[in-house]
Design a protein. Structure first.
Length: 506
């Protein structure tokens, strides 16, 4: 049987499509759209908490339901793009993303906000697999593709910088909903220019789109992640065990069904490639170790250290700068040294930076924070860019959508699990603080709730409440950083062995 996992350089002629770099500029707009949306939420969280008054659990859902839904739908949407056309699904998804951003901006209750974030996840699931798949089909030359993937990753990192800065500016001058409306002009440019510049591409012989597989992947991922999240927050219960069993059963059925279908939603033979599997696993565990910490860092900068939103956004800039710089040279570094040294070295650097953050307190100076964030950005930029290149180069271009979707599923699933597990560590430690007599229950739900409760208390009680709440929050953040450092260090070791002999094409 002929393998479907041969490197592109041995299965297709190297052709250079005219206008490919202009087309890439449109694709990175979609990446920018998703990255900005993901980062502004952290800055807006204190304002959302004050206005909508969510419980601690609802606040976590607002933070991670977007990733849950995306993770459950990415494989389905990547496969759909392979079938109906990646350009078509990208433009439809971008239009929907912009429209649903308006619903996010004008949500009036925690429940409506959670629903709006979930719907945004449905639209977002169409974007990322389509962009990577189109890059795979635009750039056949391996070196050009490495640079294109680096630009793609650098744009995502730039979005993480632009999001907090733009969001901080908007939060200082407008209401919190304005941070979602910044998606609209980016979406408009993407759609108008994309219609003219992007070439259509799809699998010439895709087979039918299996709706049962779509349902199984969605139910399996969401149920399993829900179980992990709730168990981490509230402990095990019969309901959580039932959700975990449902998710595991649905995913098991999904895998069995893919192995028997003549045209599967996801070709499970992709995972026979050690490089592909190692890259996916590295992405998942890396984001798991990072995301929960990043989600709470904006709250630390604003609610613990008292920084204004724009100042907090600028404080996170070193991570994005490091990731952009590393992403642009990652492919060259992997060819000069080796894939495993660049990926494992990047992950080890992130782990060391997170370990340094375990010593933070309420008065930690910015030099330590800025240096740690810079190292996190550089390490992540090297790792994510090279793993994305490995994943794309491991499959034929007809399966680029499905392969990209697997990569993005690992990313989003890691983000959801990271916020759920590490976020639950922060929340669990935080809830245990002892406040002055008369402290409202809402103050124990979130740090934003404590700040709001303190505003209506006498000065002495207010100071005592804020002191206890902030210390508990920092203690939880420090513990989460330690767990993240352990996860990243273990992932670096695993990547060193699993990516042995892996090479990028020339």
């Amino acid at each position: 049987m002929t393998s479907t996992l041969q490197p592109a350089s041995t299965t297709e002629a190297v052709t250079k499509r005219p206008g490919r770099w202009l087309a890439l500029s449109v694709l990175v707009l979609a990446v920018l759209l998703v990255a900005v949306d993901a980062t502004v939420l952290g800055l807006a969280t204190p304002y959302i908490s004050e206005d909508l008054k969510p419980s601690g659990t609802q606040l976590l859902w607002i933070g991670d339901v977007y990733s849950f839904v995306i993770a459950g739908l990415l494989v389905s949407m990547g496969s759909l793009g392979d079938r109906i056309g990646r350009k078509k699904i990208l433009l439809v998804g971008a239009t929907a993303f912009g429209a649903i951003s308006v619903l996010n901006a004008y949500a009036t209750t925690p429940e409506l906000m959670i629903l709006a974030r979930a719907l945004l996840g449905v639209a977002g699931a169409t974007l990322m697999p389509a962009t990577l798949a189109l890059i795979r089909n635009l750039f056949h030359d391996p070196r050009e593709r490495s640079l294109a993937v680096g630009i793609w990753g650098a744009t995502a990192s730039a979005g993480t910088a632009i999001g907090p800065i733009a969001g901080g500016f908007l939060l200082e001058h407008f209401w919190w909903g304005s941070v979602f409306l910044i998606n609209l002009p980016v979406m408009a440019v993407l759609v108008v220019v994309g219609i003219k510049l992007l070439p259509e591409s799809k699998n010439p012989d895709p087979g039918p789109w299996d709706m049962l597989s779509v349902a199984l992947s969605l139910v399996g991922v969401i149920a399993l992640v829900y179980a992990v999240k709730e168990a981490a927050t509230h402990g095990f219960s019969g309901e959580i065990a039932a959700a975990a069993l449902l998710g595991a059963a649905a995913l098991f059925w999904f895998v069995r069904r893919q192995l028997t279908l003549p045209a599967p939603l996801l070709d499970m033979r992709l995972f026979r490639n050690r490089g592909f599997s190692a890259a996916v696993l590295a992405d998942l565990l890396t984001i798991l170790g990072l995301s929960g910490l990043v989600f709470f860092l904006s709250q630390y900068l604003q609610l613990v250290q008292g920084r204004r939103p724009l100042e907090a956004g600028l404080a996170e800039l070193p991570a994005a700068v490091g990731a952009v710089a590393a992403g642009l040279i990652a492919g060259r570094a992997a060819r000069r040294f080796s894939v495993r040294s660049v990926v494992a070295g990047g992950l080890a650097a992130v782990g060391l930076a997170l370990a340094a953050l375990t010593v933070i307190d309420r008065s930690t100076g910015y030099p330590l924070l800025g240096a740690a964030l810079l190292v996190v950005g550089v390490g992540a930029g090297f790792s994510f860019t090279v793993t994305a290149d490995v994943i794309l180069s491991s499959v034929p271009k007809e399966q680029a959508g499905s392969a990209s979707a697997v990569s993005e599923t690992a990313y989003e699933l890691g983000a959801a699990l990271g916020i759920a597990v590490l976020g639950s560590i922060v929340t669990g430690v935080y809830r245990g603080f002892t406040g002055p007599v008369g402290t409202p229950e809402a103050a124990h739900e979130s740090l934003g709730g404590a700040v709001e409760a303190a505003a209506g208390m006498p000065a002495q009680q207010s100071a005592a409440l804020l002191d206890a709440a902030r210390q508990a929050f920092v203690d939880g953040l420090s513990l989460a950083a330690g767990v993240g450092a352990a996860v990243l260090s273990a992932t670096a070791v695993a990547a060193w062995f699993m990516l042995r002999d892996q090479r990028l094409g020339d």
